[in-house]
Design a protein around this ligand. Structure first.
Ligand code: ADP
Length: 300
């Protein structure tokens, strides 16, 4: 096969691992910077130009689109779809997963466990929203935050009100969420490939921080998921139309609660913690599926 990895930098760990895995399994593989692609359209002839030349035909693309360039990056993925190239994650599913509120709405309809969450503009009484999610402490999140930035724990109604009003004043969309105290700064990242959990890790935030993101100084170790956690992760990825996904869950007294599903999950931390060759699993998934012409069927 001829595989393209859409990534801004061939030296990023995850990109390099995917390239090595593709080459190791005997495929041709090229890293393409989606920000240097031009989308060319005319009737029945979708094409892509890359650094002045028309891109050749690929059998599959692996999008690794950063959150800061979702719109441009997904327009390039969409163009590959128009050219009938198989993609590990559909453009529409990437867009869907980048918006925390939208993902939560889709997952809640699919009956997936999640922390109680409220979203509203400034005219709605803040006190009512805080009460709806169970009263203080509450977690306040930017709808499009990543890596734990823009996630705040407000201990009291007064503190929550100030934070919510500040975000509303600068016209920023936020979610107000029930604080899952029993998680104690831990969360679970399950890596799903082709409808199966292939690896999982438990992340623990640094002392005194309720956020477990590795970018915020958290640590990771391998963990074995129970059947309910596995099923939740697989269903969450499926509900958003993602065949390759990192599903973040909080362990709670009422079972696993999904916080978010990542469409470009990093490989470094989880491959190290789990000792699973996830890059190889992704290439195997492409080998099995690239001729099937899978479509994104979620539609929201
Ligand atoms: P980001 O997308 O920025 O990583 P998350 O929603 O994943 O934001 O939150 C970052 C971290 O904060 C999570 O990994 C988790 O450890 C903690 N966290 C988030 N929401 C809650 C919550 N409702 N209750 C308890 N901890 C939470």
């Amino acid at each position: 096969m001829n595989i393209a990895i859409l990534s801004r930098n061939p030296n990023i760990h995850s990109t390099r691992r995917l390239w090595e895995a593709a080459r190791g399994r005997g495929h041709q593989c090229q890293v393409i910077d989606h920000m240097n692609c031009a989308v060319l359209t005319e009737a029945d002839r979708p094409r892509l130009m890359y650094r002045g030349e028309e891109l050749p035909r690929f059998d599959a693309v692996i999008p690794r689109i950063g959150a800061s360039v979702t719109s441009y990056g997904t327009s390039v993925v969409r163009q590959f779809e128009m050219m009938n190239v198989f993609t590990t994650v559909p453009s529409q599913a990437i867009v869907r997963s980048r918006d925390k509120l939208r993902s939560i709405q889709v997952m809640s309809k699919a009956g997936i466990g999640m922390p109680k969450t409220a979203f509203a503009r400034e005219h709605v009484e803040v006190k009512d929203l805080i009460e709806y999610v169970g009263g203080p402490p509450v977690v306040i999140k930017l709808c499009e935050g990543t890596q734990g930035l823009g996630v705040v724990l407000a201990e009291t109604t007064k503190a929550a009100r100030s934070v919510i009003e500040a975000f509303h004043a600068i016209k920023t969309n936020i979610l107000i969420q029930e604080f899952i105290e029993e998680a104690k700064g831990r969360d679970i990242r399950a890596f799903v490939v082709g409808g199966k959990v292939v690896a999982a890790m438990e992340r623990q935030g640094p002392e005194g921080d309720f956020r477990s993101n590795l970018h915020r100084g958290g640590s990771a170790k391998q963990v074995w998921l129970d059947p309910q956690e596995r099923e939740t992760a697989v269903r969450a990825a499926r509900s958003l139309g993602l065949s390759v996904a990192g599903v973040d869950m909080l362990p709670s007294d009422r079972g696993p609660l999904v916080m978010e599903v990542n469409s470009s999950p990093g490989l470094e931390g989880i491959e190290r913690a789990s000792r699973v060759d996830i890059a190889d699993r992704i290439i195997q998934f492409i080998e099995r599926n690239h001729t099937k012409g899978k479509r994104d069927k979620v539609g929201v």
